[in-house]
Every structure is written in C-alpha cells, then in structure tokens.
Design a protein. Structure first.
Length: 359
C-alpha cells in the first residue's frame, strides 16, 4: 500500500519487536509499535482514518475493546478468514459497529509471520468485503480504493454467506491437504524415503498444509458448522470414487475425473483487469439505506467487476452511486437484478480516457 501511496502514514502494531523493526525497515509501515505503547492510543485518538485488524482471530476482541475505550470513530476492517466470531464481537464491543466493514483477502501464504509478507501478495487476488445495510457508501468507497490500489479485486459478499462459501474453497481444502500429508507420513519410513518421491502433484495439493496449526485451528473452530458440513460432503464425494473403483465402474471414474478436470481448467490462474471497455452504472440513493451493499453484492453475483466507485451528492439529502465496471460478467443479469431490487438504474459506456478524466 505504501508503494502506491508513499505519502500515507501507516502505523503497524505487533506483539513481536522483530516484526515491528522489519516492517519499518522495509518501508511497509512509517512506524511500528508494541500494542501497549501509549503512542498507539495517541495515534488512534488523533485522526486515524482506518484501522485494519490482521491478527489471528483470538486477538481481535482485544483491539475492538481498545478502540471502544478510545472512542474511535473511524473505519474498521479486518482480514480474518472466518466471520462468525468477528461479527458477534464487533456488534458487542465496538462503539460504532456500523463503521466496521468486514474484509477477507483470498490470498496469503503458508509462511507464518512477516517472513511470508510480500508487496505483491494481493496482486490479481480477490478481496472479499461484507458491507451491510448500515455501511456508509463513503466507507465502502475508501476500502474499495485501497484494495484495488494494491492490485486486488473486490468481491462483495453478504455476511451470512461468507463462512459457508470459504469453508468450501479454503477450509475444507486445508483439512484435505493436511490429510494428504498425514497419509504419506504414515507410509514414510524413518529416512522419509517416500517423501523423496513426492513430485509436483503432491506438492501443489499440500503447500497450504505447512501453514500455522494455531491459526488454522482457530479458523476451523470458528467455522465448525460449515466446515463440518463440507467434510461430510467431501467424504461422500471420495466415496463415489471409491465405489467406482470397487465396482470396476470405469465410466463413472472417467465422468468424475472429467467433471473435475473441466472445472479446474476453466479457473483462471489470476485475475487480469480488462479496462478497454468501461460501463458506468448510476443508481440513485435517496430514501434507501444500504444501497452500496445491495448494489455491489448484486454486481459481484453477476460476475461484474467494479473498477471504481463515485458518490455524486446532488442535493443535501440525495446522491447517486456511480459504479464503473470493467468488461466482465453478465451485465444483463446485473441490470435485471438491480431493477428487480427496485433500483432505477441507468447505464452508459465510458471510455478509459473519460474515466481518467472523472477521477
Ligand atoms: N495465512 C493466510 O493465507 C491468510 C489469508 C487471508 C486471511 N488470513 C487471516 O488474516 C489474519 C492473520 O493471518 P496471517 O496468516 O497473517 O497470520 P500470521 O501468523 O502470519 O501473522 C499474524 C501477526 O499477528 C501478530 N500478532 C499475534 N497476536 C497479536 C496481538 N495480540 N497483537 C498484535 N499482533 C499480534 C503476530 O506476531 C504476527 O506478526 C488471520 O485472522 C487469518 O485468518 C490469513
Ligand atoms: O495461498 C495460501 O497460502 C493461503 O493460505 C491462502 C488462503 C487460501 O487460499 O485458503 C488461506 C486462508 C485464507 O483465509 C484465504 C486464503
């Protein structure tokens, strides 16, 4: 972020003095302190615009409590992999819970701590934001700007759907990766000879198993229900492979493998923004709460990518939300769903030049 905005001030807070020293040395933070340093409170009380809580889930409450004690009125976001606990804690502990916009970058590393940090970690990645009907459009706009500024793409997801969705694409895969390593470990001898045979396939599908057990145990228990359902389902899926094998059913085996191969091949390696053809969607915001959450979630569901957000204040109590979309997703579906939700929307093509001018 500081590469994008070298004039910005970023105060890092970490329990590890080595981490704080390295963060400043690398230029990722302008200053970095221990949580109990009085300068932390001073900084939060003196106009800090945004707080990003990127600790393990177990430490989040402590920071919500501090922000409450310091009557912090700015925007708060987080990076936690699960939202069940964080949402309940925000509601209970934060003085202004509507200023909390949950976030979750869908990128990371199995390397624990600051050693795993890279300036380009989020380039081409998706970053979930979970605004709700109480989220101010300006708060979402600022977070959107920061996240897209570091090269990620924002996906708006409802708070209710978040944990269920990430259980399937992140938490079940982690348990499976750990299970694959456990299987091989059981068969490896003292010299670990079997692991020397492990090539790309094993390594590709188990990299994440090297992640922090403490962090992942926190994630697993915070998302126990959805993870439990996902594990039941994966048992059933593995059972279908096993059954095809037992019954010599080659046709089913081919069908199961083909369906997975097609779906996997269709996954892009990374998201590349396409900004040749831009489309502006203008949505009047008067007399309605939560327009930004509703409209951006509908856009994400339709696979549309919002490149930037503007809020045009027409009069004191009326404004228009303007979303600039890149040439992706199903605009027909977006339009139909926005109209179905009761919005009176207008679409107009925009050239990248015009957009630069608007900015
Ligand atoms: N690892 C990933 O790939 C990944 C991806 C997306 C989101 N997340 C989420 O982001 C959060 C951080 O994960 P991570 O992988 O960066 O963890 P990490 O263990 O690599 O880093 C956590 C940092 O928090 C510090 N810390 C721990 N307790 C603290 C406290 N009480 N006060 C201040 N600092 C404290 C640690 O010293 C460390 O520097 C977690 O909630 C995790 O679920 C992780
Ligand atoms: O790529 C990795 O190493 C990750 O661990 C990233 C990963 C994942 O893909 O499951 C891990 C945890 C998150 O909450 C989000 C992303």
């Amino acid at each position: 972020y500081r590469e994008q905005c070298p004039d910005s001030e970023v105060l890092g807070i970490d329990v590890s003095p080595e981490t704080n020293a390295l963060a400043v040395e690398k230029g990722w933070a302008t200053a970095a302190l221990a949580p109990d340093d009085p300068a932390f409170e001073q900084y939060v009380r003196s106009g800090c615009e945004l707080v990003v809580i990127a600790t393990p889930i177990a430490a989040v409450d402590e920071y919500f409590e501090r922000l409450s004690a310091w009557d912090y009125r700015g925007i708060v976001t987080d990076t936690a992999s699960t939202k069940a606990h964080v949402l309940a804690a925000a509601e209970q502990l934060l003085p202004y819970p509507h200023n909390f916009v949950p976030g979750h970058p869908m990128a990371g590393s199995e390397v624990n701590g600051i050693e795993g940090a890279r300036a380009d970690l989020f380039k081409g990645a998706h970053w979930i934001l979970c605004p709700d009907e109480n989220t101010a459009a300006e708060h979402f706009q600022l977070l959107h700007e920061i996240v897209t500024g570091i090269g990620a793409r924002v996906i708006s997801l409802s708070r209710e759907e978040h944990d269920e969705a990430v259980a399937v694409v992140s938490h079940v895969p982690h348990i499976i990766a750990s299970s694959l390593v456990e299987l091989a470990s059981r068969h490896a001898d003292d010299q670990q000879a079997l692991f020397r045979l492990a090539a790309g396939g094993f390594k590709d599908s188990t990299r994440i198993a090297a992640g922090s057990p403490k962090l992942w145990s926190g994630i697993a228990f915070d998302n126990a229900e959805a993870l439990g359902r996902g594990l039941d389902e994966i048992r059933e899926i593995i059972g279908r492979f096993a059954h095809a094998l037992e019954t010599g059913d080659r046709e089913t085996m081919i069908a199961l493998l083909s369906a997975a191969a097609d779906a996997r091949r269709a996954l892009p390696a990374a998201w590349v923004p396409s900004t040749e053809k831009l489309l502006e969607v203008r949505i009047p915001m008067e007399d309605r709460k939560g327009v930004v959450a509703e409209a951006t979630t509908i856009a994400s569901q339709a696979g549309c990518n919002i490149q930037s957000i503007e809020i045009d204040h027409i009069t004191e109590d009326s404004a228009v939300l303007s979303l600039v979309l890149t040439d992706e997703g199903d605009v027909g579906q977006l339009s139909a769903h926005l109209i179905q939700a009761g919005f009176s929307v207008s679409f107009s093509p925009l050239s990248p030049k015009e957009h630069t001018h608007v900015d």
